[in-house]
Write a protein that binds this ligand. Structure first.
Ligand SMILES: NC(=O)c1ccc[n+]([C@@H]2O[C@H](COP(=O)([O-])OP(=O)(O)OC[C@H]3O[C@@H](n4cnc5c(N)ncnc54)[C@H](O)[C@@H]3O)[C@@H](O)[C@H]2O)c1
Length: 360
């Protein structure tokens, strides 16, 4: 059994260890437990420091920092979004994050978050759908069958029992990849030739495409009464997926309005258009779905508290699983003010072992 190292050694979860951790826990259990931690943190929403994420935009994409704190722990994620990356064999989204102790400011965890972001996004989508989709929902269209898509499918099945999938992607190879990856995992899967075909009869529509523009993945005529829309791909200024008319027919639910109004589908609407905060629905302070004919829309952009929950969750798994490395990230001189002396002692020890290698 491993124990978490002393505070001067920071546990680091590499991609390799994250995969082992997720598989050791089990993908379904991981998604369910993570969803539970996300709900727990949404239920204490008011205790967190909140700010829209800090975004640095370029022609090619965006790099964002997502900080938050509950007063005891502080977390942030670095994440990018570069839709053109896949053409060069790179991921559209990559991420890493840090969790720190507010009391002394020391990092307590450094983790890969590319895989963890896919898991937390999917878990958050499924938690939202738990409150917003019809309770008899069994089928889901997934439009955009890239890196996030299988995670969305797994979370909706693990948390809500949604097991009928209708896939569509402009690149048929992406849908085939998604189908192949989900084989033997309890889904019935239909690959569709168009987005129109994919949404036919679907109880839930997940849009998770990547394109840096105002796209129209869904038009108004494609969305029937009672549908829940899980709009994941529109998450940047100038990057949306739904026709504006759909928004006008939907009840819109968001994570943090100040961020979503900049980045989400609602950037297409006036800044006072009514939206409901998801945490308020979870807390019973606001209504979720009221009727079977209502169209509900989760305008997901991804908020820092979900990443905080994810970091908090994976850190709680470290001692039992041991899937981390010990990172020498924090200087630790014997006398805290003698940082320079520590450097001199290092020089002396290097000179005594290999004098020729020191360059002055
Ligand atoms: N809301 C959140 O919390 C959150 C979290 C992670 C990622 N995202 C967003 O989700 C999106 C997908 O991420 P990914 O990592 O899966 O990207 P990806 O590049 O791996 O996959 C995107 C897929 O969308 C397809 N696509 C593009 N335009 C399409 C269209 N018009 N119709 C159908 N398919 C289309 C592409 O062919 C590709 O297969 C990105 O825009 C990303 O920014 C959101």
């Amino acid at each position: 059994m491993n124990t978490i190292p002393d505070i001067n050694i920071v546990p680091f979860i590499s991609v390799d260890n994250m995969m082992k951790l997720v598989l050791k826990v089990g993908i379904d259990t991981f998604l369910r437990e993570l969803a539970g931690v996300i709900e727990e943190d949404f239920l204490r929403w008011e205790t967190f420091d909140k700010t829209p994420r800090i975004a640095s935009h370029s022609e090619e994409g965006v790099i964002e920092l997502m900080p938050t704190s509950d007063g005891k722990l502080y977390g942030f994620k670095y994440v990018n979004g570069h839709p053109k990356n896949t053409r060069q064999g790179r991921q559209t989204v990559t991420a890493f994050g840090v969790l720190s102790d507010v009391g002394n400011g020391y990092p307590m965890l450094l983790s890969e978050m590319t895989i963890l972001t896919a898991l937390r996004t999917a878990a958050t989508s499924a938690v939202a759908a738990k409150y917003l989709a019809r309770t008899d929902a069994k089928s889901m269209a997934i439009i955009g069958n890239g890196a996030q898509s299988e995670f969305q499918a797994r979370a909706f099945k693990a948390i809500l029992g949604v097991d009928q999938l209708r896939l569509y992607d402009i690149d048929p190879a992406a849908s085939l990849k998604c189908q192949r990856n989900l084989e033997g995992q309890g889904f019935s899967i239909l690959i569709c030739k168009s987005a129109e075909e994919a949404v036919e009869g679907a109880d839930i529509i997940t849009t998770v495409t990547a394109d840096k523009q105002y796209a129209t993945i869904l038009t108004d005529n494609m969305v029937g009464p009672g549908t829940h829309i899980n709009a994941v791909g529109g998450d940047c200024p100038g990057k949306t997926e739904l026709h504006r008319d759909i928004l006008l027919r939907s009840d819109i639910f968001v994570e943090y309005p100040m961020q979503t109004r900049i980045e989400g589908e609602v950037q297409q609407l006036p800044s006072d258009h009514p939206v409901t905060e998801l945490w308020q629905v979870m807390s019973g302070l606001a209504d979720g779905r009221k009727t079977d004919r209502q169209i509900t829309l989760f305008d997901s952009v991804g908020f820092a508290i979900e990443d905080f929950s994810a970091l908090r969750y994976v850190r709680s798994k470290l001692a039992a699983t041991g899937f981390y490395e010990r990172l020498d990230l924090l200087a630790d001189p014997d006398e805290p003010r003698d940082l320079y002396g520590m450097l001199l002692r290092c020089e002396a020890s290097m000179l005594s072992t290999s004098p020729q290698k020191i360059v002055s």
